[in-house]
Structures are given as structure tokens and as C-alpha cells.
Write a protein that binds this ligand. Structure first.
Ligand code: F6P
Length: 323
């Protein structure tokens, strides 16, 4: 049977992440290799609803593999979240002769893409594009490795001042409802403690540890807080109240989303972009593509949302042993 996909639309949606451009490049150039057309949809599902669609060619994706952000721009669309929005999106795709859609995004984008397939039969593939690493079916999401490195660069600098001025620093990192980034940077930074949504945290034990450590001459601490677990400011203020030690807090925020994608993210994005096109060419729709144990892995989009990492207790135990 002849392949029915002639033109692929690609969009990036939700929070941007380093490596999204590498994914766009891979989807586009791999599709061109098979003689397909590619349309770039601007500003995610919002741009789709506004018919903001540009034709792409080989050169549209030149010199972007090393760039952070996304050349297609991105948004979180309230309009697309409604059933009416999805119906309109399907109509606009049809009007533009776009036969299939590749969505690079996170949890919310996957949910939207999955419904678009279920409700209107739009052949859709999801690529895991989020710094949070909170999607099923893949060991890592595109952007996460870079975000961890970016956070670490700052935390290493914070440690210099923490040691010099003999202070406790509480550093808040992103991750939405997941504590993955927080746990990874805590391990890699050699932090004294980490507060994540996946574990109940014993604040009193931490205060006691800081008090006792201080009595024995320990003068600086780095405590990592996942944004989904607590506010760094509150944690810092409570330490000062309970222990009496000078404490500062830093919210790393959106700096973690920017910057040059790491080699790991570029490679992941490049492999996944091609795999998305392969799926469409082989008639597999409504799927999320990832890499598990170094192999391309495909699951239903509807099962790909909301991953909860196991092994957090063991990682925490390790962190405490090593610090
Ligand atoms: O999902 C990516 C992410 O950066 C989360 O870690 C964070 O909670 C959220 O997006 C922030 O979203 P916004 O850029 O809309 O403030």
C-alpha cells in the first residue's frame, strides 16, 4: 500500500528545552530524504489554531543543531485544551494538506497530541521535549541533560561563596512536579541534602544535622530543593529560625531552560526525530518515541505522560552516605 503521508507538520509546545532545534532539524531533513514535505507550525498548538504555518526546506534548519530554544517558538495554548480547539486544529491541518503531526513537548503537549489523534484521527507522534524528564517510555527527555549541566555550573559557583562566607545555601531548581533534576544535580554537585516531591522530607532532622555539623566545625551547606516540593525561600527562612545559621536562597529558574544543548541532547533529539518520521512512514500513529537502554522505544502517547521515577530513595541514601 502506498504511504499516505506526504506532508508532515512539526511544532514545539510547552516549555522550551535545549535540543528542540536538533529535533526539528532531524525530523525535517530525514523527511526530505524520503521526498516528504515539511511544514513548520509556529508557537505550538496556539500557532496551529492561528494558521501560523511556514513551509520548510533543507536550509530552514541550517545552523540550528547547536542552538538553544526553538526556531519554531513555543507556547502553552489554553484554546487548544478545549475539544473545540482540537476540532479546529484538525480542520486547519486538513486545509493545509498536512497529513501528520510531530509534536515536540512535555506532559501537557503529549496529552493534547494524544487527544488530537483519538478524537480526530490525526496521525500524531510525540517527541519528548522537556527539561523535566517526567515522561514514560524514555530514559531521558530532550533538554534534561543540558539543564542539569546548566544548573550545576551555577551551583558550583554558589559553593565557592558558600564556603568563603560560611553560609548555608538553599537552591531551588525546576522540574515541575518531578524531583528528577533536583536529585541529579544534588548528586552531581555533592550537595548536603535534597528536597523532592517523591519523598517525605524530615525538616527537623535536617535542622538537627546542620546544628550538630556546625558544632563540629562544618561551615557551609548546599541544599537543593525541587520547585514541586517546597519554596527555597521558606526552607532558608526556617533554617535560620530553627538553627540560627546564616542562610541564603537562590532560585535558578528559567536559566536552566536556555543555552547550548549538550552533545547528549543533540544526539537524543537527532535519533528521535528520524524515528518519528520512520513511524509515520510505517503507519504507526498516536505514539511517543523515546530511547530506552540505548534502543528506540515506542509506546502509546496516552501512556507516556506523568512518569514517576523509582529509585529516588536509593539515590537519597547514596547522597547522604557520600556527604
Ligand atoms: O516543563 C518545563 C518547565 O520549565 C518546568 O520545569 C517549570 O515548572 C515550567 O516549565 C515553567 O513554566 P513557565 O516557563 O511557563 O513559567
Amino acid at each position: 500500500m502506498a504511504n499516505k503521508i506526504k506532508k508532515i507538520g512539526i511544532l514545539t509546545s510547552g516549555g522550551d528545552g535545549p535540543g528542540m532545534n536538533a529535533a526539528i532539524r532531524s525530523v525535517a531533513r530525514y523527511a526530505f530524504h524520503f521526498g516528504l514535505e515539511v511544514a513548520g507550525i509556529m508557537r505550538g498548538f496556539q500557532g496551529l489554531l492561528e494558521d501560523d504555518i511556514v513551509p520548510m526546506n533543507h536550509r530552514s534548519v541550517s545552523n540550528i543543531i547547536n542552538k538553544g530554544g526553538t526556531i519554531l517558538k513555543t507556547a502553552r495554548s489554553k484554546d487548544f485544551a478545549t475539544d473545540e480547539g482540537k476540532k479546529k486544529a484538525a480542520e486547519i491541518l486538513h486545509r493545509n494538506a498536512i497529513d501528520a503531526l510531530v509534536v515536540v513537548g512535555g506532559d501537557g503537549s503529549y496529552k493534547g497530541a494524544s487527544r488530537l489523534y483519538e478524537l480526530h484521527g490525526v496521525p500524531t507522534i510525540g517527541l519528548p521535549g522537556t527539561i523535566d524528564n517526567d515522561l514514560n517510555g524514555t530514559d531521558e527527555t530532550i533538554g534534561c541533560a543540558t539543564a542539569i549541566n546548566t544548573a550545576l555550573e551555577s551551583i558550583d559557583k554558589i559553593r565557592d561563596t558558600a564556603q568563603s562566607m560560611e553560609r548555608i545555601f538553599v537552591v531551588e531548581v525546576m522540574g515541575n512536579k518531578s524531583g528528577y533534576i533536583a536529585m541529579e544535580v544534588a548528586l552531581a554537585a555533592g550537595a548536603e541534602d535534597v528536597i523532592i516531591p517523591e519523598r517525605t522530607f524530615d525538616y527537623e532532622a535536617m535542622h538537627d544535622e546542620a546544628r550538630e555539623g556546625n558544632e563540629k566545625g562544618k561551615v557551609s551547606w548546599i541544599i537543593i530543593v525541587a520547585e514541586g516540593a517546597a519554596k527555597a525561600q521558606t526552607v532558608a527562612e526556617n533554617i535560620t529560625k530553627a538553627v540560627g545559621l546564616e542562610t541564603r536562597y537562590v532560585v535558578l529558574g528559567h536559566v536552566q531552560r536556555g543555552g547550548t544543548p549538550s552533545g547528549q541532547d543533540r544526539i537524543l533529539a537527532t535519533r528521535l526525530g528520524a524515528a518519528a518520521v520512520d513511524l509515520l512512514l510505517n503507519g504507526h500513529y498516536g505514539k511517543a518515541v523515546g530511547v530506552l537502554q540505548d534502543k528506540i522505544n515506542v509506546i502509546d502517547l496516552k501512556n507516556a505522560t506523568r512518569r514517576v521515577h523509582e529509585d529516588m530513595d536509593r539515590r537519597y541514601e547514596l547522597l547522604k552516605i557520600l556527604t
